[in-house]
Design a binder for this molecule. Structure first.
Ligand code: SF4
Length: 165
């Protein structure tokens, strides 16, 4: 798993001050994607133990942070490694986690590893970017087909529940 860039404090990727990690690799190839250099998954810094310790140290030393956001690329490009990352980051920071993905929530439920990843995610912004549905005024997403899903409530109620705000 490779990380392309990190924003240590941003208000663009979810509620509050967030630590945003952009992962390398994406299979969705949406028309109009602004991050095509991320698709192959071959750019960025390898997320090894040393880098993980740096990230955890950054997060735990910033008391202003409200949470962590995973973006890319698509964080679910490497689901096995994503699951290990999620387990560790949650255990070591206890922050709420938002994740972007080009997959829909329904597709993630069909894959056992991707489904397990959802146990560690609080909000999922799902679906491919659709140029025809692009709207500049949307909060935290590029096109109106993408949903801001409350993952905990959705899993518990066995139906998709989106954030209301
Ligand atoms: S999911 Fe995101 S990164 Fe991947 S192709 Fe679509 S817009 Fe680009």
């Amino acid at each position: 798993m490779k990380v392309i860039k990190i924003f240590k404090e941003t208000i663009s990727d979810g509620f509050g001050f967030r630590y945003s990690i952009y992962f390398s690799g994406c299979n969705h190839h949406c028309e109009g994607c602004h991050n095509q250099e991320t698709w192959k998954g071959d750019i960025g810094r390898i997320l090894d133990k040393e880098y993980m310790d740096e990230i955890v140290g950054d997060i735990n030393s910033n008391y202003m942070l409200d949470g962590i956001t995973l973006s890319g690329g698509d964080p679910f490009f490497n689901p096995v490694e994503l699951l290990e990352f999620l387990k560790e980051i949650k255990a070591r920071t206890h922050k709420n986690i938002w994740s972007y993905t080009g997959y829909t929530y329904e597709i993630l439920l069909e894959d056992s590893t991707m489904k397990k990843c959802l146990d560690y995610i609080d909000v999922l912004v799902d679906g491919k970017f659709q140029k025809a549905d692009y709207h500049p005024d949307l909060y935290f997403r590029g096109s109106s087909n993408q949903r801001l899903i409350d993952v905990k409530k959705s899993l518990k109620n066995n139906q998709i529940i989106t954030l209301e705000f």
